[in-house]
Ligand binder design. Structure first.
Ligand code: NAP
Length: 247
């Protein structure tokens, strides 16, 4: 990863923070994008700098084109063009579809799907001209199986998977790979806000690995897909769920 420049969206906390650290550990320069979690993002920045990593923090709402543009400009001025883009920023929504407002649909789709579109569109020209790039989209098993009371979230992740496969076809001829990771339940604030202790215990019962996912599990998969070892893997969805939906 030495010399690579990575951008991880939504990296101030949760899965994104683990991915940012993992990529930096392997030698990449890492831009930590955050939106509302400024304190957490700067705490992570300090922690990573103390470990000797090259890292910057950049605020941007990934659903806002002008903020995405400004974020890329800042990274380019600091280091140069982004080689590795991890579209991780995402929000959940647990509601009956009949209770879901249009504004809630827009928010989830705009962050989870439009955000990946805006960042990928901005990153790709540089990747194409350098004939190297890695785009990794953090989807969800819900994007494959669907999920009752999470249809908007599942639609955003299903859309992200179709986006991944399409972009892989489009950009693959330019030395770029585009893959998705579909995590099962991972212990983060997102999961804590959606499930109570009883629901989590039931969930663990259904996972052959006997535990919830950890952010580090997703980060390891991401590092592999970002590495040169995965150069022949393109357009894939790697399910990381301890065997939950897979076995
Ligand atoms: P989390 O702890 O709730 O973190 C969500 C991240 O997304 C935060 O860093 C947040 O940044 C960022 N974000 C939200 N809106 C944003 C926006 N408009 N612009 C930029 N960043 C934004 O969730 P997580 O569990 O780490 O989830 C990370 C990804 O994994 C998401 O895409 C999620 O759908 C996916 N995933 C999670 C699970 C799970 O069980 N946890 C399972 C499958 C897939 P700020 O706090 O700075 O706003």
């Amino acid at each position: 990863m030495k010399g690579r420049i990575a951008l991880v969206t939504g990296a101030g906390r949760g899965i994104g923070a683990a991915i940012a650290e993992k990529l930096a550990e392997s030698g990449a320069k890492v831009a930590i994008n955050y939106n509302s979690s400024k304190e957490a993002a700067f705490a992570l920045l300090e922690k990573m700098r103390t470990r000797g990593f090259e890292v910057i923090a950049v605020k941007a709402d990934v659903a806002e084109p002008s903020q995405v543009e400004a974020m890329f400009e800042k990274i380019e001025k600091t280091w140069g063009g982004v080689n590795i883009l991890v579209n991780n920023a995402g929000v959940g929504l647990k509601k009956l579809i009949t209770d879901t407002a249009v504004e809630e649909w827009d928010r989830v789709i705009n962050i989870n799907l439009k955000g990946a579109f805006l960042c990928s569109r901005r990153a790709l020209p540089g990747m194409i001209s350098r004939r190297y790039g890695r785009i990794i989209n953090i989807a969800s098993v819900w994007g494959i199986t669907g999920a009752s009371c999470e249809s908007v979230y599942a639609a955003s992740k299903g859309g992200l998977i179709a986006f991944t496969k399409s972009l892989a076809r489009e950009a693959g001829y330019s030395g770029i790979t585009v893959n998705a990771i579909a995590p099962g339940p991972v212990q983060t604030e997102m999961l804590d806000s959606e499930l109570d202790r009883e629901e989590i215990a039931e969930l663990i019962n259904d996972i052959p690995a006997g535990r919830l996912g950890r952010a580090a599990d997703i980060a390891e998969a991401c590092l592999y897909l970002a590495s040169d070892k995965a150069e022949f893997i393109n357009g894939q969805v790697m399910v990381v769920d301890g065997g939950w939906i897979s076995v």
